[in-house]
Design a protein around this ligand. Structure first.
Ligand SMILES: C[S@@+](CC[C@H](N)C(=O)[O-])C[C@H]1O[C@@H](n2cnc3c(N)ncnc32)[C@H](O)[C@@H]1O
Length: 649
């Protein structure tokens, strides 16, 4: 045991799985709380798996066994963690690990927080909404303080004088009821701008009691997961020496501030040695970004083919060839009867952009048709200078190829003025003669959608030129100002260089858009976690870039969420649901899914959220039927459906 004069307090920034700065048996008490395993509001995605978390605890327990003096105490403040409706038995596992590493399990105190300060979720609301058996989920008000002992303590080793110096105040223990195994202590309140923001700090009262009860003045108190430095602060105030480990270098200033040693201001007599090792991490910025939903997990996957059976397709109306114009103006998806023997399913996109007027839903509705499925996409849609302009992207066509859908790249040739805006047009109409010619060619086409679509992409420049000429004409006829023709011409020129140039241009833009999408949360996609990028390679080496609304690791499983939200309706609209399902078609066919060369099992999840809660029993019949169809579709095709916090199956 070192004597007091040799000891200097230490702040060590580095991984506490190796406490090489500490000699064997040099510590007299440990008071700590480990990171809450991947807790969504504090440590989302910190550990790749629950096993990794347990390994950390085991390694630290081993080091604590070494550095703790004979008979001394290690206190772990911890709780089971709830992730995605599943509890991880952290308290039981930490207990087991410490016993396995040779500690004696001496005590468990339950720390009870006051009602009214429940920080995370009020799960009890579920029962309020559904006052029936099986809907019970309690709000959590407690954590455990696990107390382990490093063998037997030799009470005779402590001189009486030292005992007197550290005498426990019995008035305090009686009045505050320290003698019970339940401690009522207020947690650190989430005031704005508090020093402990984003740290999951415990209140000073906890180390205060433990230090008084389990250490003598002048001894050394260690916190291997220092956080904001609460244990160290209290230890110093109680005349103990201290040492703390913290892996996140971004907490250095917080700890210095808490200990009163920032700006050379020293509150406590002993100084601090600050060690910064090279195994530090920069965690907080990353964690805070994840908590705000900005996770960037780079996921790669392959698709070798699509197998999928849809059940929610709308029943399509059949139109004769001569009524093609009427079909286009009245239906988003329909069957076109070319002659007695030939029919095709046709859907059409209002704009080339996925987010406008549910193009995925339109395509989805054609997927259970047994013949050729065609989708018409405009090469460009210019709504006029007061509106938007969207260009077709390569990956949109690639996606259709994966789904076995034949693309016809079309263009608008007529439009009407928009009564509400000077420079906006509406009711844009395709060149249907051009489209019908393409459909007829397609009827006799023998090869698959992929090859057809590649030949369409080859023609994209040519079609783009036609589109531009049309818009110049429309602008003249209607007296409406359009977006810059010059910039459109530049883009089209690139397409004329061939499909490689188109691919290059789209790739660049798609990557940018993917990055953008990962940091902007759409109101329709209201999810707790973070967006992630997913890069899919197809069997010909083509690449698609997608985002999923949320990706979360759970052991070997990679949960991939596509979210749809409604604020006021009882269920997101059928259009929204089908739009989400189209992503499920891809996600259920992913192979070889990896993050940084590590392989995971993808679990696609369609997550529907409602602002008003969900009571399946009170849904109107048509919505219940949608849910039934969705359940069937999910089951047969291998994705999960979650509504608010419940999986339905
Ligand atoms: C629950 S917090 C501790 C909060 C602390 N009790 C307080 O009051 O501020 C756990 C801390 O452990 C840190 N941590 C996680 N892994 C670590 C490791 N391997 N070594 C050292 N510190 C680690 C985290 O960065 C986090 O600050």
């Amino acid at each position: 045991m070192k004597n007091k004069s040799e000891w200097a307090n230490k702040l060590i920034f580095g991984d506490s799985q190796a406490m090489k700065e500490l000699e064997d048996n040099s510590v007299h008490l440990v008071v700590t709380s480990p990171p809450y395993y991947n807790a969504p509001f504090d440590y989302p995605g910190l550990f790749e798996s629950y096993d990794d978390f347990k390994n950390l605890i085991r390694n630290v327990a081993r080091e604590l066994k070494r550095v703790l003096d004979q008979g001394r105490i290690a206190c772990f403040v911890c709780d089971d963690t709830l992730i995605e409706g599943k509890k991880y038995p952290v308290v039981a596992d930490i207990t087991k690990i410490f016993i396995e590493e040779g500690f004696k399990y001496r005590e468990r105190i339950t720390w009870v927080k006051p009602e009214g300060y429940i920080r995370i979720s009020r799960r009890s609301g579920v029962l309020l909404q559904h006052p029936y058996p099986m809907y019970y989920y309690p709000d959590n008000l407690q954590e455990s303080i696990l107390i382990f002992q490093n063998g037997d303590f030799d009470y005779g080793r402590i001189p009486q004088e030292k005992k007197e110096e550290s005498i426990v105040d019995l008035d305090e223990t009686q009045n505050e009821k320290w003698y019970l195994s339940v401690w009522n202590i207020t947690n650190v309140l989430p005031f704005k701008n508090r020093l402990e923001k984003g740290i999951a700090a415990f209140p000073e009262e906890i180390p205060y009691r433990l230090i008084k009860l389990f250490s003598y003045k002048g001894e050394v108190v260690l916190d291997p997961f220092m956080g904001s430095g609460t244990t160290l602060k209290v230890a110093c105030e109680l005349g103990r020496n201290c040492v703390g480990y913290e892996i996140d270098i971004e907490l250095l200033e917080v700890v210095k501030e808490k200990l009163g040693i920032s700006k050379q201001k020293r509150l406590f007599s002993p100084g601090f040695d600050i060690v910064i090792r090279d195994d530090i991490k920069h965690l907080r910025t990353e964690l805070q970004r994840r908590i705000r939903g900005e996770v960037l997990m780079d996921i790669t996957a392959k698709i070798t083919g699509i197998e999928y059976t849809p059940f929610l397709c709308r029943k399509l109306n059949v139109f004769d060839l001569k009524d093609f114009d009427e079909a286009l103006s009245s239906e988003a998806t329909f069957i076109l009867k070319i002659d007695e023997e030939h029919k095709v399913a046709v859907s059409w996109w209002v704009s080339a952009k996925r987010t406008r007027s549910y193009p995925y839903t339109r395509v989805y509705d054609s997927l259970d048709f047994s013949g050729k499925k065609v989708t018409i996409i405009p090469i460009v849609k210019d709504e006029g200078a007061d509106g938007d302009r969207d260009f077709l992207q390569w990956d949109t066509v690639s996606l259709m190829s994966l789904l076995g859908v034949y693309v016809i790249i079309g263009y608008y040739e007529a439009a009407s003025t928009n009564p509400d805006y000077a420079n906006k047009i509406t009711d844009q109409r395709y060149d249907t003669t051009y489209l019908l010619n393409a459909i007829k060619k397609l009827l006799s086409y023998q090869s698959d959608a992929l090859h057809w679509n590649l030949s369409q992409l080859e023609k994209a420049g040519e079609i783009g030129e036609k589109a531009l000429e049309s818009y110049i004409q429309i602008s003249k006829n209607l007296g409406v100002k359009m977006h810059s023709i010059d910039s459109a011409r530049k883009r089209i020129k690139k397409l004329l260089e061939g499909k490689e140039a188109f691919l290059g241009l789209s790739r660049e833009l798609a990557k940018k858009a993917q990055k953008r999408e990962t940091i902007t949360e759409q109101p329709k996609e209201k999810l707790a976690g973070g967006k992630s990028m997913i890069t899919i390679t197809n069997y010909l080496g083509g690449k698609y870039f997608f985002t999923v609304d949320e990706a979360r690791l759970d052991g070997k499983n990679l949960l991939l969420f596509e979210g749809k939200h409604t604020k006021s309706k009882t269920l997101p609209s059928l259009n929204d649901i089908k739009d989400g399902i189209l992503k499920m078609i891809l996600l259920t066919n992913l192979k070889d899914v990896k993050i940084k060369d590590k392989r995971y099992n993808p679990v696609p999840i369609l997550k529907l959220t409602t602002g008003t809660g969900l009571n399946i029993d009170s849904l109107i019949r048509s919505k219940r039927e949608v849910l039934e169809g969705l359940k069937k579709e999910a089951k047969i095709n291998g994705f999960k459906t979650k509504i608010n916090d419940r999986y339905i199956d």
